[in-house]
Design a protein around this ligand. Structure first.
Ligand code: ZN
Length: 60
């Protein structure tokens, strides 16, 4: 973990409704932490349809 800043450039879309109103979901440990650490994924949430999905965290 090198303390990279949160990626502000990530322009995510909801895979369900194509909304751009996406919020990063907080990583609460457990499953999410495992996703992030092993797969480099982080959770997002659509603010329109409330769909929760994971996106690839940009990794330079
Ligand atoms: Zn959506």
């Amino acid at each position: 973990m090198s303390g990279q800043n949160e990626d502000q450039r990530a322009s995510r879309e909801c895979p369900r409704c194509d909304s751009h109103a996406i919020a990063r979901s907080r990583i609460r440990g457990g499953f999410d932490a495992t996703l992030k650490r092993i797969l480099g994924l982080r959770p997002y949430r659509c603010l329109d349809c409330w769909h929760r999905f994971v996106g690839v965290a940009r990794h330079a």
